[in-house]
Design a protein around this ligand. Structure first.
Ligand code: FAD
Length: 342
């Protein structure tokens, strides 16, 4: 087995023990773990896109990195320790391009192959089992298992027409980035400000401010007033952040990990942590299924239950937190369908 990123020339068919779709945190965590368990892994990283955002993560994320072959302290190479506005808690501000790059290096070091810029397109079946996929370029990959970590796009969920349960009213978050810091907030700071129909999160890092606002109403996402005078780096973008869970998240020959399987709105603050944890868990489950095929149904059902419990627990915590902060989520009738501006 040889690691590394390659550009594919000529060969129209390949095989692997496991093919992983998506080079975000969930996909990289899954691919690195599978390779470290001695399996032949192929990671499809999807379209190469720079991720400009700074995201706030709990310090505990560092404790997961040794399982991927990285020192826990490597998070400090791709982010900064930050302090919440209340001074009581610390967290990390991660540069997403750098964090995703760090995890991809762990994938290569573990010995997994990566196909850069290749996205999964069609599913290959062998009766009721998923037996591989074809890519957008028409390349075929036969595999004993497929882990889909394609994020919100939910490639495999769509292909398999799985139920996509919505656990909240429709919700939209706007996010943007400006150069400079708002008055009264220093560098390496995080501030969460609730208001009646949502919240505003500010993350300052290296002289930039990333803002995220969950808003119950459907106004276009203007930058927050306290940032309006600062030069824009990334203009406001809208995102459907309704709470969702695919049912189920695993079946014969396939598993979903990270946002592809389920997600809550960014107020949860655990999206990246859960992406890495579920990538690890999906990999261990896939490895257990390949090692003992007669016990596959049991392993998949345990993974599905664990994944759903994590999402339901997170949803219950978030509901309590919102109620305690006086945030009233819109009812189904008030919210109406989510329409993301082009
Ligand atoms: C506005 C907003 C703010 C957020 N803020 C925070 C925060 O502060 N802290 C936090 O912890 N979380 C935050 N999150 C959540 C966090 O960004 C996600 O939970 C996390 O990125 C999920 O990781 P993932 O690997 O599952 O998916 P992604 O990071 O989305 O990665 C999926 C990858 O799959 C690739 N892909 C897509 N389709 C295919 C295909 N067909 N084949 C192959 N590859 C494919 C994509 O190109 C992408 O690289 C926020 C989310 C939003 C929307």
């Amino acid at each position: 087995m040889s690691g590394g990123t390659c550009v594919i020339l000529g060969s129209a068919e390949s095989s692997a023990d496991v093919v992983v779709c998506g080079g975000g945190p969930a996909g990289s965590a899954a691919a690195a773990t599978l390779a470290r368990l001695g399996l032949d892994v192929l990671l499809l990283t999807g379209a190469a896109r720079r991720n400009p955002w700074v995201e706030t993560v709990p310090i505990e994320l560092g404790a997961l990195l040794p399982a991927l072959g990285l020192p826990a302290t490597s998070l400090l190479q791709v982010g900064q320790r930050c302090c919440w506005d209340d001074e009581r808690r610390t967290a990390l501000h991660l540069d997403r391009t750098m964090f995703d790059g760090l995890l991809r290096r762990a994938v290569a070091a573990a010995g997994a192959r990566s196909w850069a810029g290749q996205a999964a397109e069609r599913v290959m079946r062998d009766g009721a089992r998923i037996a591989g996929l074809t890519t957008v370029s028409g390349l075929t990959v036969r595999a004993r298992a497929v882990v889909d970590a394609s994020g919100m796009r939910g490639w495999l969920r769509r292909r398999l027409a799985l139920a996509d349960r919505r656990l909240s009213p429709p919700m939209v978050a706007w996010r943007g980035q400006v150069a400079g810091l708002p008055a009264g907030l220093g560098d390496c700071r995080a501030r969460f400000s609730p208001f009646a129909e949502g919240w505003l999160h500010l993350a300052t890092s290296r002289g930039r401010t990333t803002w995220t606002r969950l808003q119950g109403d459907r106004r276009v996402g203007e930058p927050p007033a306290e940032l309006a005078h600062l030069p824009m780096i990334v203009p406001p973008r809208a995102c459907d952040v309704s709470w969702r869970l695919a049912r189920p998240v695993a079946g014969p020959g396939w598993l979903l990990a990270g946002d592809a399987g389920g997600r809550l709105d960014p107020g949860w603050g655990q999206g990246l942590l859960f992406a890495v944890i579920s990538g690890l868990a999906a990999a261990r489950t896939a490895a257990a299924c390949l090692a003992a095929p007669t016990q596959e149904a049991m392993h998949l059902s345990a993974y599905d239950g664990w994944f759903a419990d994590r999402i339901f627990d997170g949803a219950a915590t978030l509901r309590r937190r919102y109620a305690g902060s006086g945030i009233r989520l819109p009812s189904e009738d008030e919210a109406g369908p989510v329409r993301i501006p082009a």
